[in-house]
Design a protein around this ligand. Structure first.
Ligand code: MNH
Length: 495
């Protein structure tokens, strides 16, 4: 790509390039700092290679065009690809297994499929509430990202594979999570050029990484074996779809190696990002009393504020403000922070920048999502940006937390259903008290999550999930909640 006309960070060093301001532990945040003021497109030189980064909505819209550009897996994904190969996330679009898996798995993400997952998602969300009830009784703070990871891992395990990680019965994360986290960190840091100081220390040993991958493969093989040995679930879940379905046109099936890779992919992709999204949503809500009150008013209007509610599938789409909170959290901190697009033929980007076939650019989502030409006061948390009708006031490709085109996230509806349900239930049940002095810190693996963000949950009424009264109001009892006639309309002020 001809980068001569593209701005670069000011303090470029000979040979090394644009390394000042780079923290190897936090590449996304470092790059944001380097290029934020450079406009809609910038280029960084790291040693011999040049990385073009796009954050302007106009250019991002062009890159979204699947006829001109395609997903590129050669930049940040090779370390992951070494583990999961041509599974859905890391496949080249023209590898046969991408289309095959896409077609076989799409039916597992329809509305009907979601309907089937709802009950399981609710069961898992209630496991979270049970855990937080205990914390509330004991006056203990919870680490939000850790518990959201329990929730989302358990959800993808049970809904997708009929497998229980028993995340809520463990004090420490499930061994799969420990191995996976280390693997992602290894993947992330092994992208660093070898001369980066401390790289060896940061990356850890290759032997550890091999052991971690072997452990994940072993767990996945167990999951598959359990299914082959036991009874199939009534409806086809992800695993059922992979094991039992042939392609409707070609009759092709996924082979055993590919299924293993898909399962690892779905366990990773199916929980890391959703966990971060829920954690950021809770962070922003608990630092914005106004938004919190509105979200809670909406939830209370639907579910009351005293008993254990019975959320139905169709309740979830009514929680529009809660959904907007998640949308806005994913705007500010898109937990899958970018994707890469390569030119399919020689082309001009923005009518100005010549790209040869195969040249690529990184769409850095936290930058795109704060494009000052699109968002007013872009750093401010404001769920009102996602009120009904608002999206139409913006350019079509200004908001892309789930990626784009045919390679966009297959699990979007799954993630949003799960997250709205869990967030709604948590808001309905607890007052949430953050540490006074907490300042947002973001941990990066291949995804983003708040680090060290803790909340003290406090039951809003007196009942614990086990039914014991732990605290009584002045009236000495818990009253039947008045179920409001209509859901609080988005945009109404809370009473
Ligand atoms: Mn998901 C692709 C973000 C939840 C499974 N996901 C993507 C991409 C983004 C993304 C961005 C495109 C990446 C790229 O172009 O390189 N995903 C998210 C976010 C959440 C999320 C922000 C939650 C919030 N993803 C989920 C869930 C699942 C899932 C839940 C599974 C249950 N995602 C995938 C898969 C792909 C993907 C599989 C690859 C799809 C493909 O390329 O065909």
């Amino acid at each position: 790509m001809d980068t001569t006309a593209i701005p670069h960070p000011p303090r470029r060093l000979p040979v090394l390039g644009d390394v000042l301001g780079m923290n190897p532990r936090t590449p996304v945040q470092s790059v944001l700092g380097q290029v934020r003021d450079l406009g809609p497109i910038s280029v960084r030189k790291v040693f011999a290679s040049e990385i073009v980064t796009v954050g302007g909505a106009d250019l991002a819209a062009e890159l979204s065009d699947d006829t001109r550009f395609a997903k590129y897996v050669g930049f940040h994904l090779p370390p992951l690809r070494r583990i999961v190969g041509d599974a859905l996330f890391t496949a080249e679009t023209d590898e046969p297994n991408w289309q095959l898996a896409h077609d076989i798995l799409t039916p597992a993400f329809t509305r009907e499929a979601m309907l089937g997952y709802h009950t399981i998602m609710l069961e898992v969300a209630r496991d979270l509430l049970t855990r937080w009830d205990t914390a509330a009784e004991r006056g203990q703070r919870v680490d939000v990202a850790t518990d959201m990871t329990r929730l989302t891992l358990e959800t993808i395990g049970r809904t997708g594979f009929g497998y229980r990680f028993a995340s809520f019965d463990r004090d420490r994360p499930h061994p799969f999570v420990t191995a996976m986290t280390r693997t992602l960190r290894y993947a992330n840091l092994s992208l660093l050029p070898p001369w980066v100081p401390l790289r060896r220390v940061l990356v850890g040993s290759a032997r550890q990484n091999r052991a971690d991958v072997a452990l994940m493969e072993h767990i996945v093989d167990e999951v598959v074996q359990a299914r082959r040995a036991g009874a199939a679930p009534a409806t086809l879940d992800l695993l059922g779809q992979m094991l039992a379905t042939a392609h409707p046109d070609t009759g092709d099936r996924l082979d055993a190696i590919n299924i293993r890779r898909q399962v690892i992919t779905f366990i990773i992709a199916g929980h890391e990002t959703t966990s971060g999204a829920l954690s950021f949503a809770l962070y922003y809500l608990t630092s914005d009393p106004h938004a919190l009150a509105r979200a809670r008013a909406e939830v209370d209007a639907l579910w009351g504020d005293g008993e254990d509610p019975e959320p139905t599938f169709s309740d979830i789409s009514k929680l529009r403000y809660v959904r907007a909170v998640l949308d806005e959290a994913l705007r500010l901190w898109p937990t899958a922070p970018g994707y890469v697009r390569a030119a399919r033929t020689d082309t001009m980007l923005g009518g100005r920048y010549a790209m040869n076939q195969g040249d690529w650019a990184l769409v850095l989502l936290p930058l795109l999502h704060r494009d000052p030409l699109v968002w007013s006061d872009p750093d401010r948390f404001d769920p009102g940006r996602f009120a009904p009708g608002q999206a139409k006031t913006r350019p079509p490709h200004a908001y892309k937390p789930f990626g784009t085109g045919q390679r966009a996230c297959i699990g979007r509806q799954f993630a949003l259903h799960e997250a709205v349900l869990a967030l709604g239930l948590v808001l309905n049940r607890y007052d949430l008290i953050p540490d006074d002095d907490y300042r947002l810190q973001i941990a990066e693996s291949l995804t983003l999550k708040p680090r060290g963000f803790r909340l003290l949950p406090r039951r809003r009424n007196g009942l614990s999930r086990r039914g014991r009264v732990i605290e009584r109001g002045e009236a000495g009892g818990v009253e039947e909640p008045a179920k409001a006639a209509a859901v609080t309309v988005f945009g109404d002020e809370p009473a």
